[in-house]
Write a protein that binds this ligand. Structure first.
Ligand code: PHB
Ligand code: FE
Length: 330
C-alpha cells in the first residue's frame, strides 16, 4: 500500500480506506481495519482479529510499555519485551505456524513500535469506546470511523513509588476525584483505617482501605502499582469479562484473589498446549510459573492482587536455568 512517514517514524497509508481508517506499516507487517475486523499481513501469512479484541489488547500493550515478557493479542499475534527493544511476532508462539515455517518476527526499538501502536490505537478507537472499560460500561468498537477517545486511551496505570496515600504518591480514589463506587461493589465498606502513631512518627505511618480504593477503579484488567518495596510490587486490579491479552511470563507472578472469582486458562508459553484450568475464588492464592501463558475470565467484577517481582535479572536467570520456573518446592 502507498504509505507516508511522519516525524516519529510512524508509517501510515496516504489515504483513508472506505470505512475511514488509516492503514499502518511496521517493518514488513501491515495493519488495517474495517467495521468489524483488523487485518494483519506479513510476508508469509495473514491474520484477522475482531477489532474489539485487538484494540483492548493494543491498549494494554501501549499503556504497560510492553509489560513483562510476552503480550499475546491472541494465539498468533503479539510482542516480546526485551526492555529497550521489542519483538513483534506472528505465529512465533504457535505450534502450527512454527511447524509450517510461516511464522514471522521483527525487532524494533521500543520508541518506534510504541509510536506506531499509539497512533494506530488513536486512529482506530472511536468516540464512546473505552478499551479499558468492561463491555457493559462502554460503547462499541465497531462501525466506520467516528471521532476518537484520546482521553481514555492515554490513561496510565497508577504507579506508586512507595504506597498509595503516602505524601507524594497518587492520591486515594474518592467521589471528589471523580471515582464513584463501581456498580458491582456497592457492598464494599468505605471507611478508612484509624492511625494512632507514636508522637513524632505521625508523618511516617500511613494506611488506607485497599478494598474501598479498588471498588472505585473505573478500568478493568489494568493493575496499579499501589505499593513498592524494592523489587516487590503489589499490583491490585479490578477484573470483569476477559483479560484482553494472553500473558506469557518471563518470571513467576503470584495472584491473590481478593474477591469473587476468576477462571484461568493456562497454556505452555511457547506452543500454546493446554496445561491447566485454574478456578480462583476469594482468598485463593496461586503462583503462575515462568514458562506458561495465561488468560483470565471474571464472570462479575472481581478484585485481584497481582504480585510482581521487578528484578531485571530474573528473565536471564530463569531462561538460563539458574533459577527454576516455579517459586517454591512444596
Ligand atoms: C497478568 O497477565 O498476570 C495480568 C494482567 C492484567 C491483569 C491481571 C493479570 O489485570
Ligand atoms: Fe501474567
Amino acid at each position: 500500500m502507498a504509505t507516508t512517514e511522519t516525524e516519529s517514524s510512524v508509517q501510515t497509508t496516504t489515504e483513508r480506506n472506505p470505512e475511514g481508517y488509516l492503514g499502518f506499516t511496521l517493518g514488513e507487517f501491515e495493519f488495517s481495519r474495517d467495521d468489524y475486523f483488523v487485518y494483519i499481513n506479513w510476508p508469509t501469512g495473514r491474520h484477522v482479529m475482531s477489532a474489539d479484541t485487538f484494540l483492548k489488547a493494543l491498549q494494554r500493550d501501549v499503556a504497560w510499555e510492553f509489560f513483562y515478557g510476552i503480550v499475546n493479542f491472541d494465539g498468533v499475534i503479539g510482542t516480546v519485551n526485551h526492555y529497550g527493544d521489542v519483538d513483534l511476532f506472528a505465529g512465533r508462539y504457535n505450534d502450527g505456524w512454527r511447524k509450517a515455517e510461516l511464522d514471522h518476527l521483527e525487532n524494533f526499538p521500543t520508541a518506534r513500535i510504541k509510536a506506531t501502536f499509539q497512533a494506530m490505537l488513536d486512529d482506530w478507537t472511536n468516540e464512546g469506546f473505552d478499551p479499558f472499560a468492561s463491555p457493559d460500561e462502554t460503547g462499541t468498537a465497531f462501525g466506520p470511523k467516528n471521532g476518537s477517545n484520546t482521553a481514555a486511551i492515554t490513561r496510565h496505570r497508577v504507579t506508586a513509588q512507595r504506597m498509595v496515600g503516602v505524601p507524594g504518591d497518587e492520591g486515594l480514589r474518592s467521589d471528589a476525584t471523580g471515582h464513584p463506587v463501581n456498580r458491582h461493589f456497592h457492598d464494599v465498606p468505605q471507611d478508612e483505617p484509624e492511625i494512632h502513631a507514636e508522637p513524632g512518627f505521625e508523618g511516617d505511618v500511613a494506611a488506607f482501605n485497599l478494598f474501598a480504593y479498588l471498588s472505585r477503579s473505573d478500568v478493568t484488567w489494568n493493575p496499579s502499582v499501589v505499593a513498592a518495596c524494592k523489587d516487590s510490587l503489589a499490583c491490585p486490579t479490578t477484573e470483569e469479562y476477559i483479560l484482553p491479552i494472553i500473558h506469557g511470563n518471563d518470571r513467576v507472578e503470584w495472584f491473590v484473589q481478593l474477591s469473587d472469582k476468576i477462571i484461568w486458562d493456562v497454556e505452555d508459553r511457547d506452543t500454546g498446549t493446554v496445561r491447566a484450568k485454574v478456578v480462583m475464588k476469594a482468598g485463593d492464592v496461586c503462583a503462575m510459573p515462568a514458562d506458561i501463558r495465561h488468560q483470565g475470565y471474571s464472570p462479575k467484577r472481581s478484585m485481584l492482587l497481582v504480585w510482581e517481582n521487578a528484578d531485571a535479572e530474573l528473565p536471564e536467570l530463569i531462561s538460563s536455568g539458574k533459577l527454576p520456573t516455579y517459586p517454591v518446592d512444596l
